[in-house]
Design a protein around this ligand. Structure first.
Ligand code: AMP
Ligand code: MG
Length: 338
């Protein structure tokens, strides 16, 4: 059992967990992008840099949210089947990357899941179990091939009326990378960015050691972790059944939906964590690999360079793929090597 020294504390306990020693530089956090976002700039923590980062996060949310009124994403959705909509380069870039991952994952990752997400209402105030007929009625609207992108004009068109984009599986990753750019521009030496468990570490710890990021125990309360990954200048993003869900009739329904059959994905996985250098890739890949399941998810991860994955299963087994630097700490879990 790996012991965390007593003088160390667990910081920012959402989703993936930062495990580290407090150094007297508390992080600043705000509710943005639908979650608690925390940033720690340590000894270089100037207010103007914090402001620049949170302003940028809010700007991204203001363009890409489907829950806030008046966003560019909402405008694209309102014009589905009607006409192409001109968007900011931010929005175009994220949709373009979402389409790339839809293609790479054979449609397991699909940013047109919007109508399904609304039907289930998971994460909202009124989640419910839809009928089979309702699901079958919206499934034809879920197809990333019906997104038309015009790179010259920066327009996005959803071909069928009723289609809707949802960037919930990728936008936080993009936002974390934008925070990274601000760190670089301001010559910050080390920082931690935690966008609701979507973690990016910048530089290394003051003593030159790597950051230790906890992988959330998907079966336990928030903050309990099954092990850690040791990383520098990298990101760890987890997609898991515990993040957003509701229960009815004794069954738990989580928020990652199958574009094939319209229900929360059930394939024996509890979570998939991706370790890599760019957060937008990690975010898209954790969702993709979760939907694909272990065999096909692993094949996708291994087809890409510099990507590691931690797959956690319902039977408390763990399988690793690529370079993860994962160290198990909870001995009720076990690592299997295929
Ligand atoms: P994540 O937590 O990054 O795995 O993203 C999950 C969120 O992405 C959900 O809350 C939905 O908004 C959306 N989503 C659900 N299923 C899918 C899917 N198969 N492909 C893309 N986005 C999805
Ligand atoms: Mg994701």
């Amino acid at each position: 059992m790996l012991k965390v020294p007593l003088f160390c504390a667990l910081i920012a306990l959402t989703g993936t967990t930062l495990v580290g020693c407090r150094e007297g530089f508390p992080s600043q956090s705000e509710f943005v992008l639908g979650t608690v976002c925390a940033v720690n700039l340590y000894e270089q923590g100037r207010n103007e840099v914090y402001h620049e980062i949170f302003d940028r996060l809010r700007e991204i949310e203001g363009r890409m949210s489907v829950t806030l009124p008046g966003t560019e994403l909402g405008n694209i959705n309102a014009n589905a089947g009607i006409e192409p909509v001109a968007v900011h380069p931010d929005v175009f870039e994220v949709i373009e990357l979402a389409v790339l991952y839809a293609e790479l994952s054979g449609g397991a990752f699909d940013p047109t899941v919007g109508p399904l997400v609304s039907l289930w209402g998971i994460g909202g105030d009124h989640p419910r179990l839809p009928s089979q007929e309702e699901i079958e009625a919206v499934l034809p609207l879920v197809n990333w091939r019906d997104i038309e992108l015009d790179r010259e004009r920066l327009t996005v068109f959803l071909k069928k009326p009723g289609m809707a984009l949802d960037l919930g599986a990728i936008a936080k990753g993009y936002a974390a990378d934008e925070a990274w750019r601000i760190l670089k521009k301001n010559r910050i030496q080390r920082a931690l960015i935690d966008l609701g468990g979507n973690i990016l570490v910048y530089g290394e710890k003051r003593d030159g050691s790597p950051w230790r990021v906890g992988i959330q125990d998907p079966l336990d309360s928030r903050g309990a972790y099954i092990g850690i990954v040791e990383i520098r200048d990298q990101t760890v993003v987890t997609s898991g059944v515990y993040e957003r869900f509701f229960e009815t009739g004794g069954t738990r329904y989580h928020h990652i939906l199958s574009p094939d059959y319209g229900y929360p994905v059930r394939n024996g996985l509890l979570s998939v964590s991706i370790v890599t250098s760019r957060s937008v890739d990690a975010d898209a890949l954790s969702t993709s690999a979760f939907v694909l399941g272990y065999e096909r998810g692993k094949a996708l991860v291994e087809s890409l360079e510099g990507v590691g994955a931690v797959f956690v299963f319902e039977d408390k087994s763990i399988r690793l793929s690529g370079e993860t630097g994962f160290i198990l700490s909870d001995e009720s879990y076990r690592i299997l090597s295929d």
